[in-house]
Ligand binder design. Structure first.
Ligand SMILES: Cc1cc2nc3c(=O)[nH]c(=O)nc-3n(C[C@H](O)[C@H](O)[C@H](O)COP(=O)(O)OP(=O)(O)OC[C@H]3O[C@@H](n4cnc5c(N)ncnc54)[C@H](O)[C@@H]3O)c2cc1C
Length: 386
């Protein structure tokens, strides 16, 4: 067993860190958070530097690296700033669905443009009546000649309004039971007639990443926009989650580390009762607990990524990484505010934003409860092994 990152991995980590620390200024972070604005300029820069789609094959304009290198990238940008980091990390959301299942035509059409920053991708699973439970969709796609006609509504969709295309989970047959055996994924270009978007405003956190609702009214897509096999959409989505949950775990690790670093240096400088607050055990143990939690979440995240990259994808480990890193992000950012005292409550001291941003990592791509259901389901199926 070797816990050492390779030279390439360290180079990626350092390059992202150097760039993000220079470009993610406090002013930009505060502005994007306050105005709920996506950081388009930083997105372009990240693409030019080869960070977007670092895990896509080189053939499609990616960096040719794996899930672990993508996790290092996501961790570093989220550490530099939780809000900007989340927004950038979601800019290529679900492109993996096309890479893993799409036709060569769809891959060539979509993936290089996402990697070079010309396109932003999005995935639309959640509906007003179906969030955690996506085994049945109210959004339908019905074959009409050589096209599919889509009707329905998707809600809480990241990159809504800025995405160039959406990957949409539809019910393609309402007679087949169980219903998840009759779902398919379609590529819907953002400028297709029959698509309307409505934005949500005033979110708690991840405010630089737009969220909204999509409605489809007699929207038509050609047969070639069906992603992979008909009626395999549910399975393709579950397989995508095994990868995407690791990315969300990496967001959690980065957010926790970013808040911890800020709290740590503040504590070293802050004096009360004539001495540094790190000399009070109540504070120093808090810092130690934060460091322990982050390290355990990081190890689990890297392990989950390593398993994917080595052809041993383990849905239980991916869910463990997400559930643990999400909880750690929420707990550590809470303690970071506590360490700063009143100063922690002010936007200018940043941990306030990290605290608000952390929560989403326990909700999207499956809530904490859904991760735990997945973990136990797999443990029951395959038995408990070390
Ligand atoms: C900012 C943001 C961005 C998002 N981006 C996207 C996106 O890009 N694409 C997309 O498709 N969706 C997206 N979502 C939606 C997100 O994935 C869902 O909100 C999430 O899956 C939970 O679904 P729900 O909100 O319908 O909650 P519900 O399913 O109604 O759950 C409510 C509560 O009940 C619990 N619960 C439900 N079922 C069970 C169960 N079986 N066992 C135990 N507990 C259970 C849940 O854990 C939760 O605590 C986003 C959400 C947010 C807030």
């Amino acid at each position: 067993m070797n816990f050492k990152l390779s030279t390439d991995q360290l180079d990626i980590k350092n390059a992202v860190k150097e760039w993000a620390e220079k470009e993610f200024t406090k002013e930009i972070a505060l502005e994007c958070d306050k105005n709920e604005q996506f950081p388009h300029e930083l997105h372009k820069m990240a693409a030019e530097l080869g960070f977007i789609g670092i895990h896509f094959p080189e053939k499609y304009g990616g960096g040719g690296f794996g899930t672990l290198e993508n996790s290092l990238y996501v961790e570093e940008i989220c550490q530099a700033d939780s809000g900007l980091g989340i927004a950038l990390s979601l800019s290529d959301l679900a492109s993996e669905v096309i890479l893993n299942n799409g036709s060569e035509m769809l891959k060539q059409k979509c993936i290089p443009r996402v990697a070079n920053g010309e396109s932003i991708s999005a995935i639309a699973l959640t509906e007003p009546e179906h969030g955690s439970d996506i085994t049945k969709m109210d959004t339908t796609a019905v074959k009409s000649g050589d096209q599919w006609e889509i009707n329905g509504c998707k809600t809480l969709i990241s990159n809504c309004g800025i995405a160039d295309f959406y990957i949409v989970l539809c019910q393609t047959d309402t007679t087949i039971m169980p219903s998840y055996r009759a779902q398919s994924l379609f590529l819907v270009d953002a400028d297709t007639d029959g698509l309307e978007t409505t934005m949500f405003k005033d979110k708690l956190g991840c405010r630089a990443s737009p969220t909204g609702e999509l409605s489809f009214c007699n929207l038509r897509v050609p047969e070639e926009n069906l992603i992979g096999e008909l009626n395999k959409g549910f399975y393709q989505t579950m397989s995508f989650f095994n990868q995407s949950r690791i990315e969300i775990a990496a967001q959690g690790v980065g957010i926790a580390q970013g808040a911890f670093v800020r709290a740590f240096y503040y504590a070293k400088e802050r004096k009360t009762f004539g001495k540094s607050i790190t000399e009070f055990q109540a504070v120093s143990h808090k810092l130690a607990d934060m460091a322990i939690k982050i390290e355990s979440a990081r190890l689990l995240t890297y392990k989950a990524a390593w398993l994917v990259d080595n052809g041993q994808t383990d849905p239980a480990i991916s869910s463990m990484a997400k559930a643990h890193a999400g909880r750690v992000a929420v707990e550590v950012t809470d303690e970071a505010i506590q360490t700063l005292g009143g100063a922690g409550y002010l936007a200018e001291n940043e941990v306030e934003r990290f605290y608000r941003d952390a929560k989403i990592t326990e909700i999207y791509e499956g809530t904490r409860e859904i991760q735990k259901n997945t973990i136990v389901r797999f443990l029951l199926k395959r038995g408990i092994k070390n």
